[in-house]
Design a protein around this ligand. Structure first.
Ligand code: KIV
Length: 266
């Protein structure tokens, strides 16, 4: 399907009941592998702040860092549908700044769309983006940009009133023009109700199986670290073990002078 995917594809997939697969990627090599494996949306998530740049959370990520990685992902996956995840405070302060920064994802980094976290306050910006021709993916529920005010990563939609609020927000974002909506950290039954309340596809992370698609963070899925693994994540392989073993073997071979061998020498 790669190359033929556009924003309309995902609504049709929801109508057909066909789950959408989204994965984060931050570099050209993994982007190429993700595209070749049939990942339908590559999200250049601002999770790159913690997963590859070594920050404690997503707050310090800059627009330039994000665009740099988006462009690398595009080079690795020329035909993929790529969403650039706008960093903290790159769109919140005022509409003009948000619009100009969003446009850079399309013009400079070759993204197909951008993603922004936020509730009703983002509606005017989304409307303006759509009017200008910038496809937008929304993101509600647990919002990592809010970590400093919420004091941690807390589930959303745990009560009836919170769930109703999320449903209303999802509907308003849909009316504003988003083509899809990430639901993060929401109990499965609440997510199901949100997904059933809108025609646009919902893509869940820690939001149960009833979302119209799923997203995972690539470093979790590949087991790049032996540290904390969030409950919403599944490790499909333990690359930290495989890579660690390769590195140790390389160290041994250099130390005992079995590398380089004749076949690696000129
Ligand atoms: O930055 C990211 O990886 C995300 C996903 C968790 C949806 O926003």
């Amino acid at each position: 399907m790669a190359g033929k995917i556009n924003v309309g594809t995902f609504r049709k997939m929801k109508e057909r009941g066909e789950p959408i697969v989204m994965l984060t990627a931050y570099d050209s090599l993994t982007a190429a592998m993700a595209a070749a494996a049939g990942i339908e949306i590559i999200l250049v998530g601002d999770s790159m702040a913690n997963t590859v740049l070594g920050y404690e959370n997503t707050i310090p990520l800059t627009l330039e860092q994000s665009l740099h990685h988006c462009a690398a992902v595009r080079r690795g996956a020329p035909n993929a549908f790529i969403v650039g995840d706008m960093p903290f405070m790159s769109y919140e302060a005022d509409i003009t700044t948000g619009l100009n920064n969003a446009a850079r994802y399309l013009k400079e980094a070759g993204c197909n769309a951008i993603k922004i976290e936020g509730g009703l306050a983002t509606v005017p910006l989304i409307e303006k983006m759509i009017e200008c021709g910038i496809p937008v993916m929304g993101h509600i529920g647990l919002m990592p940009h809010r970590v400093m005010v919420s004091g941690g990563y807390k589930l959303a939609g745990k009560t009836e009133s919170e769930t109703l609020e999320l449903i209303e927000t999802a509907r308003r974002l849909e009316s504003a023009g988003i083509f899809s909506l990430v639901l993060e950290g929401i109990p499965a039954l609440s997510s199901q109700r949100i997904a059933e309340s809108v025609k646009i596809p919902t893509i869940g992370i820690g939001a149960g199986v009833h979302c119209d698609g799923q997203v995972q963070v690539i470093t979790d899925l590949l087991g790049m670290s032996d540290g904390f693994l969030p409950r919403h994540a599944k490790q499909y392989v333990k690359l930290h073990e495989i890579i660690g073993k390769a590195f140790r073997q390389y160290v041994d071979e250099v130390k005992n002078k079995t590398f380089p061998g004749d076949e690696n020498s000129f």
